[in-house]
Design a protein around this ligand. Structure first.
Ligand code: ASP
Length: 590
């Protein structure tokens, strides 16, 4: 069976060599007794020529796409006029002496020979036959890149004295802000395991165990309302370190990323990464994961409208909110019509804004529905921002986070609408100085921004009970080209602080003990100061591969409804399984 070469390896220098190849028939053409086969394996493609009349070449005229064959033959140079620059092996071909058919194939439900663009094939159909889809070199490439990324991670972290440890998949809930996937336990009727949303508590307990430097390529599970860019099971690079401060974690991650990007793609990225405090990220870009590769920064207009007679702007300010603006000048202002503004307003509303106000510079004054409400001072301030005829200012006035986020969404949408040029390369960025807690709109209480184990800034500890919203966290996110690709924090390592944190989240002692008793106990026995991070590995690979969806970088992904079209999971459980688990199903969805 052994091959001497892979299909993609043959070059002019192999002229005259006897070879054995294995692979799939990409395409076969019978030109009157001479059969030309493009033979394909993971490494590439080579042209094979067979004389169908030869004794040792049985069945050449029957060959079809996707049959699996073994070829013995001799490499020869193609005549100059028949060389192909399209293939890396295009200078040579193999003249077959023996053909063995190893496996026949039905006609695939969609062509994988490159004759049809994958984008023109229904994605559901491709996922249903993902093993065929992956035969396309462009589909396989992200998996190979992913392999190189993980290999580079291992190399680097091993060299830096990190230890890889696996943590359980059948475990107890680890809150990361999503719903848990639950697995009923047969041996303990009425009880469930939760699949980990992350290895958070285990990696912290590994620090308490003295591992000091841990990593894991960890599978995580989050039952979230599926958005386009989410998978219910996904992969993190999970890292935790003892006796570190924030700079230690950030600096190690920068060097790791540098190594990974270089090893996996051959590109050099520049260090250190920029750092942007959360508050600035929101004020300037309207996002906690800003794409800083193009300008169009938001304008802070709180001072301009602080004493405005225009109630729609002043009232939010009186209530502690904000007014943010987005200034468009020539040539972009002219490209934004009233109809476009309506489209932008829809985006702003999706992000919680009540509307999108606007004014356009017209002569010495402004036109637009709200222009008549502008006072003289406001007019002067806005005129400085929009000095030329036709310049446009868009506004959102609301709670601070809504004003920023809504206008940030408008900013991102304008980028694609106006086709604004984007600075080339990878724009890595740390967002730092997150608040520890956020208002939970539904309950009116406080909820964690990151997770309940994140350390408050020491100086802010006294505020934890008095003014929870003002407490800063030692937490950081890693952003690449407008995507969050990682997040982490220093952790609480003192029992009293962890208890106060649970209390701030509205959890009484009994509940804290019920949910996290084992962890509170672990904190009693000498926990080192520690901190870490997790990278969203799928997303990072997606960005490095230039892929458009996470599904392209996952071998067997689920679709946007969380269904795996290949196996049709999730599937119904049969009666016997349910009985054994002590479960009854109230309503079955077909
Ligand atoms: N466990 C966190 C997460 O999954 C990451 C971390 O804090 O290290 O987002």
């Amino acid at each position: 069976m052994r091959r001497t070469h892979t299909c993609g390896a043959l070059r002019a220098e192999h002229d005259g060599l006897s070879v054995t190849l294995l692979g799939w028939v990409n395409r076969a053409r019978d030109l009157g007794g001479l059969v030309f086969v493009d033979l394909r394996d993971r490494t590439g493609m080579i042209q094979v020529v067979m004389d169908a009349a030869a004794d040792t070449i049985v069945g050449a005229d029957a060959l079809r796409s996707e049959w699996v064959v073994r070829i013995e033959g001799r490499v020869r140079l193609r005549p100059v006029e028949q060389r192909s620059a399209r293939l890396a092996t295009g200078d040579v071909e193999v003249e077959a002496t023996v053909l063995t058919v190893l496996s026949e194939a039905d006609t695939p439900p969609f062509p994988v020979d490159g004759s049809v663009d994958a984008a023109d094939v229904n994605e559901e159909l491709r996922l249903k036959h993902r093993y065929l889809d992956l035969r396309r070199p462009e589909a396989m490439a992200p998996l190979l890149l992913r392999h190189r990324v993980i290999k580079a991670i291992w190399e680097f972290l091993d060299r830096e004295d990190f230890v890889q440890v696996e943590t359980p998949l059948l475990t107890r809930s680890t809150p990361e802000g999503a719903r848990d996937f639950l697995v009923p336990a047969r041996a303990r009727p009425g009880h469930v395991y939760a699949l980990p949303q992350s290895p958070q508590l285990f990696k912290q307990m590994l620090m308490m165990a003295g591992v000091e430097r841990y990593f894991q390529i960890a599978r995580c599970f989050r039952d979230e309302d599926l958005r386009a860019d989410r998978q219910p099971d996904f992969t993190q690079l999970d890292i935790e370190m003892s006796f570190v401060d924030q700079d230690d974690v950030l600096e190690l991650n920068e060097r790791l990323m540098h190594h990974v990007v270089r090893a996996a793609t051959g590109t050099e990225i520049s260090l250190p990464f920029a750092r942007l405090p959360y508050r600035d990220a929101m004020d300037r870009y309207g996002s906690d994961k800003p794409d800083v590769r193009f300008g169009l920064e938001l304008a802070v207009l709180d001072d301009v409208f602080a004493a405005s007679a225009f109630n729609a702007f002043r009232a939010p300010l009186d209530a502690g909110g904000a007014v943010r603006g987005l200034v468009l000048r020539a040539p972009h202002a002219g490209a934004v019509s009233r109809k476009t503004i309506e489209e932008l307003e829809a985006h702003a509303k999706q992000h919680g804004a009540k509307g999108l106000a606007w004014v356009r510079r017209a002569g010495d004054a402004f036109s637009g529905p709200i222009s008549k409400f502008l006072g003289d001072g406001e007019m002067v301030a806005l005129a400085a921002l929009a000095p030329d005829e036709g310049d446009l200012i868009l506004f959102v006035a609301d709670r601070w986070s809504v004003a920023c986020t809504a206008l940030g969404a408008v900013r991102t949408h304008l980028r694609s609408l106006l086709d604004l040029p984007i600075a080339p390369g990878h724009a890595f960025l740390w967002v730092t100085d997150f608040p520890l807690l956020d208002r939970d709109e539904a309950s009116g209480g406080w909820t964690y921004m990151h997770h309940p184990f994140t350390r408050p800034e020491d100086d802010d500890l006294p505020l934890l009970e008095r003014d929870p919203g003002a407490v800063r966290a030692v937490a950081y996110d890693l952003v690449l080209n407008g995507h969050e690709i990682g997040g982490g924090s220093l952790r609480i390592h003192r029992l009293d602080v962890q208890r106060r944190m649970f209390a701030a989240l509205g959890m009484d002692d009994a509940e804290a003990r019920e949910r996290f008793g084992f962890f509170l106990e672990a904190l009693r026995f000498g926990a080192p100061p520690h901190g870490g991070i997790a990278w969203g590995l799928d997303r990072l690979v997606m960005l490095l591969a230039g892929a458009r969806s996470l599904r392209e970088v996952i071998a067997f992904p689920k679709n946007q409804r969380g269904v795996d079209p290949l196996t049709d999971a999730p599937a119904s459980a049969n009666r016997a399984q349910l009985d054994e688990l002590g479960l009854t199903v109230r309503e079955r969805v077909s």
